[in-house]
Design a protein around this ligand. Structure first.
Ligand code: NAP
Length: 427
């Protein structure tokens, strides 16, 4: 594709689609024009000439004057049909649809190879942050130990607004939606599923590991209790939704999306509003930190623009790490995390699931909590995690390999009274 002759068949003219239109108008270095736009709603007023728009997918895909397809719709199933249809026609594709990518990644990797046609998706993980190409090109899998970050802009916006501006969860979500940061289905954001979809993409490019989204534990921010917030405040910790993937010493990889208490001096503690932050941990370079806007029209479109530019240089993902000999696998049975579990009088976590319980506490006003260590696999399978009134937050320690240290002979500490409340053992 020639840098002076990019003719785009665009699908979607919402937040990001319109952002791309704006960005292209302000980018003289790239001669790209939008030739046709596929949308869905026939009744919507558009701010571009009506003849640009169509409601027929094939009219765009089959148009011989268009040499690249940019897919920016919010319907993952239709996005899958568009992207596979374009690749089968030999048309290069740029997409921002992480849900569609995560659900079909293996197949889409194979389809790129079969059709010898590139599919780029920098905007799908961390929006404006150039993480996919960096993970793919710069970091060698032998060196990279972990990626850890805030990779969902709207939940970070919500948590910031609740903590800093004292907004309720509902008011903060509404504001994120008004500003175009939230997915049209907010459950994807607040249940941690969008972050999990992005973690699938990071795993592929960081470690050459293609996982299915459902194989990764994801806990969102909807159930966070007042007691967990009080605990965070009392300890001076900051609550964030953190996605993490970490190599384990036995050759496996631990991955999860969990609400996490972060120490104030940690890089992620200063990631505010719709910003995303990603830390890479590697053997020789040590820690590196990417920080930038993780949602919004123009920042997200900037990553789409960068992909369009990359196509003009013949760039494609080679998935190098996937083809290296020692393939890695997710091994949740080998990993554990330290957690704070809050609960009420009705339902309690099963103490047998924990390899250690460090502390119990009961507040007359706010309920019970315990802190303990639990395997990722036990946590993923714990039926109690889905019971009403139980919520979980990770304590500020990384995911790690299961330790075989003997249980403490003294047993858990029953914490001394907090404020005016009694310390009791609920289990
Ligand atoms: N917003 C962000 O900050 C952000 C950041 C990173 C990635 N993304 C991703 O970018 C994509 C677009 O997000 P958005 O925020 O721009 O969504 P949006 O504002 O809700 O816009 C969605 C667009 O998709 C079109 N559409 C929906 N279903 C369609 C179908 N079946 N056929 C054709 N067009 C269809 C809609 O058409 P009508 O105009 O006719 O309704 C609309 O133009 C999503 O995959 C999202 O996950 C968004």
């Amino acid at each position: 594709m020639n840098r002076n002759d990019i003719r785009i068949g665009l699908f979607g003219f919402g937040v990001v689609g319109q952002g791309l239109h704006t960005v292209l108008e302000r980018t003289p270095g790239l001669r790209a024009r939008i030739g046709r736009i596929g949308v869905k709603d026939r009744t919507k007023a558009r701010n571009l000439p009506a003849e640009l728009f169509t409601f027929d997918r094939d009219e765009v895909l089959d148009d011989p004057t268009l040499n690249v397809i940019v897919e920016l719709i919010d319907d993952a199933d239709e996005a899958y049909r568009i992207v596979t249809g374009a690749l089968r026609r030999g048309k290069a594709v740029v997409t921002a649809n992480k849900k569609m990518l995560a659900e079909h990644l293996q197949e889409l990797i194979e389809l790129q190879r079969e059709t010898n046609t590139p599919l780029l998706y920098e905007a799908a993980a961390c929006a404006s942050l150039p993480v996919i190409r960096n993970l793919e090109e710069y970091y060698d899998t032998d060196l990279l130990e972990a990626v850890e970050g805030i990779i969902n802009g709207s939940t970070n916006y919500i948590l910031t607004a609740m903590h800093r501006d004292a907004l309720t969860f509902a008011a903060a979500l509404r504001k994120a939606q008004e500003l175009g940061f939230a997915e049209s289905n907010p459950a994807l954001d607040v249940e941690g599923l969008d972050a999990r979809n992005k973690l699938v993409l990071l795993l592929a490019h960081a470690f050459g590991l293609v996982a299915r989204p459902e194989d990764i534990l994801a806990v969102g921010i909807t159930g966070i209790s007042d007691l967990a917030s009080s605990y965070a405040r009392e300890k001076g910790l900051v609550l964030k939704l953190v996605a993490e993937a970490r190599r384990l010493p036995n050759g496996g990889v631990a991955a999860a999306v969990l609400p996490t208490l972060v120490r104030p001096e940690h890089e992620l503690a200063r990631v505010q509003d719709e910003y995303n932050g990603l830390i890479t941990q590697s053997n020789f370079a040590d820690r590196q930190f990417f920080l930038g806007k993780g949602a919004g029209a123009v920042p997200t479109a900037s990553a789409v623009l960068s992909d369009l530019s990359a196509l003009t240089y013949g760039y494609r993902y080679e998935y190098k790490k996937l083809h290296q000999e020692s393939t890695l696998a997710l091994t949740p049975t080998d990993a554990e995390a330290d957690v704070l579990v809050t609960f009420g009088a009705e339902h309690a976590p099963d103490r047998a699931d924990f390899s250690a319980i460090h502390e119990y506490f009961h507040s007359q006003e706010l309920g019970y909590y315990l802190t303990g260590t639990i395997g990722l696999d036990q946590l993923a399978q714990a039926a109690w995690l889905r019971l009403p009134g139980i919520s979980i937050v990770r304590l500020p320690t990384p995911l790690r390999a299961v330790t075989t240290a003997p249980a403490s002979e003294t047993g858990p500490v029953v914490r001394a009274a907090w404020a005016t409340d009694e310390a009791v053992s609920p289990l």
